[in-house]
Ligand binder design. Sequence first.
Ligand SMILES: [Fe+2]
Ligand SMILES: [Fe+2]
Length: 208
Amino acid sequence: MNTKDNKDTFIELLQSTGREGVNYVIEDLAKLGFFDAPASAGHHLNTAGGLVQHSLNVYKCAMMLRDQMDILSPGIKSECPDDSVIIASLLHDVCKSDIYKRTTRQRKNALGTWEPSEGYKCSYKDFPIGHGEKSVIMLLCSGLDMTDAEMIAIRWHMGAWEIPFQSIETQKNQDAAYEQYSLCTLIHAADLLAARLMEKSANDAEDF
Ligand SMILES: [Fe+2]
Ligand SMILES: [Fe+2]
C-alpha cells in the first residue's frame, strides 16, 4: 500500500468532481487524521492509511459494478453519474477519521508466548450520532454540496447490518432509500465486496 499515492489519487478524484466545498472537506479530513487512519481496529486494512485504501477500493468496485450492471440493466449509469459515485464511495466512511487510537496490547505469538503488539482501539465518544449519519453530518458541516442520492447512499451504506429490527420506521426509511436511489444499492454492494473480498487479511482467515 503506497499511502502517499493513495492520498494524491483520493484528492485528485474528489477535486475532479468540481463540487462546491470539496477543498474544505479535504482540509477538515486532514485535520481529523483521515489520511493516517486505519479502516478498522482489528479486521480489514487495520494499518495506517487503511481508510484511504478502503475508500479507493470501494470507489473502484462501485465503478466496475455500475458499468457492468448498466449492460444488464441499461440506465444505471445515468442514475449514478461519475461525480456521485466518487463523492459517495470516497466519503462514505469519513465518520471513521477520528475513532481509532493507537494502543499496545499483549498478544500470543505463533509459539504461544505473550508479547506486546501495536494496534488500534476504537472509541465513538467524540460524536456519537451513528455511522452513516456521522459521515453525512461531517460533510455538510465542512460545506460540501451533495445531492439527495449521495447523502442517502452515504447514510445507508451499511445496509441491513445497521438496522435496529425493533424499529419499523427505520426499516421503512431504508426500504424507501434503496427503492428510490440506485446509488444506495451500488455503494452498499461495493462496500461489502471491497471489505470482504479485496481486503481480507491472513488474520481474518485465521479467525474463522
Ligand atoms: Fe462504513
Ligand atoms: Fe466502508
